[in-house]
Ligand binder design. Structure first.
Ligand SMILES: [Fe+2]
Ligand SMILES: [Fe+2]
Length: 157
């Protein structure tokens, strides 16, 4: 795989999360509680890792270069809201009547957040003087370190 720049990497993560949410919606009526738990855990881990590398690596560098603190602050609030919902999901059993509802709302919130990143933040990032390949490599490194911590397969650089 060619090494991705920062935006390509983050957008690939976004597509992966969307695919997992779609998959959950498609199978939730028929799937066993165990199967649903597996998908839920996968999407929640992927999102936690994604938000972590954005907050620790991407956002701070972007904030310095684009003159839009409001946008960056709103993004942080949206992450906090998603993390709170992920925490609530982690405390539920998959046969809990609220499980599907929380996954669905998390998916909707993430879709909206992703749209804002891709339509407002990323275009500003592309215009700013940032070394997106270097940041992409930093993101990949952080992502792989955290994937291991979450027991997921690392992705090749
Ligand atoms: Fe984000
Ligand atoms: Fe993102």
């Amino acid at each position: 795989m060619d090494s991705q720049d920062a935006i390509q990497l983050l957008e690939a993560d976004h597509r992966e999360a969307e695919a997992l949410f779609d998959h959950y919606e498609k199978v939730k009526e028929e799937a066993s509680a165990q199967e649903k738990m597996k998908i839920a855990k996968k999407v929640c881990s992927a999102l936690l890792i994604h938000m972590e590398i954005e907050e620790k690596i991407f956002y701070p560098q972007v904030r310095k270069k684009i003159d839009d603190d409001d946008l960056m602050n709103e993004s942080m609030v949206e992450h906090a809201r998603a993390k709170d919902l992920i925490k609530q999901i982690g405390q539920l059993k998959p046969n809990d009547p609220m499980f599907d509802a929380k996954i669905k709302v998390l998916g909707e919130q993430i879709t909206r957040h992703v749209e804002e990143e891709e339509s407002e933040m990323f275009p500003k990032v592309k215009k700013a003087k940032l070394d997106l390949s270097l940041i992409g490599a930093e993101l990949r490194k952080g992502q792989n370190r955290m994937r291991e911590e979450h027991g997921l397969t690392p992705v090749a650089a």
